[in-house]
Ligand binder design. Structure first.
Ligand code: NAP
Length: 250
């Protein structure tokens, strides 16, 4: 599929990876729509793009809100060719915190919150978008932003499980819907230099990490765009999880 003229829906497009993908794809002449939890970020994104990116306030963890927002978008005449499931939260917490004087076990609330933001959201949005594509007999591509933590990352039970679920859904849907002209892929970033990564890691942790990464640096946002572009343009690619991590998981 050609990027120029394609219609792309990006979840969590208000900041970080999602924002970069939305702006980069728009610059390549895609028509871009964003679903974003934060209303102020939606306004800011619309203004920063000179009105060329449409941003809708939508919490993608809430199925009723997702359904209503997508219907409102479809009613404008927008028919997506590409969905990028990017919205998510990064969360680290040990299964049992042996140093805690209070509750030692991983919070059930944070488990549910992460599964909801990182896995339920992918299911809610993709199922509606795929239904629309099938109803309109259109071809399409779904890209989900996973993580190398899907391989199992100590201290990230919920996040690793959610992202492994994203990879499983990608492969399942590739097999289930490939015959109907739909393609699915996941992009699994390593450590990308975004505000959320900087918020999660101390400077010392970043320095230690860079020594472990074969390419000796955090990833840049352009590397994720190049992976997304490859998925969109290569019509024989489906069911793949592309690791973009500077070699960290080798
Ligand atoms: P980010 O800067 O925090 O951006 C995430 C965006 O998603 C934010 O704009 C956030 O809005 C939005 N969002 C979160 N929950 C949402 C919800 N329920 N409904 C709608 N929008 C929601 O994070 P990022 O680093 O760009 O990460 C983006 C994706 O890449 C995530 O799925 C993350 O797991 C994945 N990833 C990132 C890295 C990395 O190194 N950065 C590595 C591996 C994977 P609010 O801030 O308003 O909530």
């Amino acid at each position: 599929m050609k990027i120029a003229g394609s219609r792309v829906l990006v979840t969590g497009g208000g900041s970080g990876i999602g924002r970069f993908l939305a702006e980069r794809l728009e610059a390549e002449s895609a028509e871009v729509w964003v679903l974003e939890a934060d209303a102020a970020r939606c306004t800011e994104l619309r203004e920063a793009s000179g009105g060329r990116i449409n941003a809708y306030t939508c919490d993608v963890t809430d199925p009723a809100t997702v359904d209503a927002t997508l219907q409102a978008i479809f009613d404008t005449g927008f028919e997506p060719d590409v969905l990028i499931n990017n919205a998510g939260i990064i969360h680290s917490e040990p299964l049992v915190n042996m140093l805690s004087r209070g509750e030692r076990v991983h919070s059930r609330e944070s488990w549910r919150r992460v599964m909801s933001a990182d896995l339920d959201s992918v299911f809610f949005v993709t199922s509606r978008v795929v239904d629309r594509l099938l109803a309109k007999r259109r071809k399409g591509v779904v890209i989900s932003i996973s993580s190398i933590s899907a391989n199992g990352n100590p201290g990230q039970s919920a996040y690793s499980a959610a992202k492994a679920g994203v990879n499983a859904l990608t492969r399942t849907w590739a097999k289930e819907l490939g015959g109907l002209g739909l393609r699915f892929a996941a992009i699994a970033p390593g450590f990308i230099d975004t505000p959320s990564t900087r918020a999660a890691l101390s400077e010392a942790a970043v320095t230690r990490l860079q020594q472990q990464i074969p390419l000796r640096r955090l990833g840049d946002l352009e590397s994720i765009y190049l992976a997304a572009r490859h998925v969109i343009e290569n019509d024989y690619l489906t069911g793949t999880v592309l690791e973009v991590d500077g070699g960290l998981v080798i």
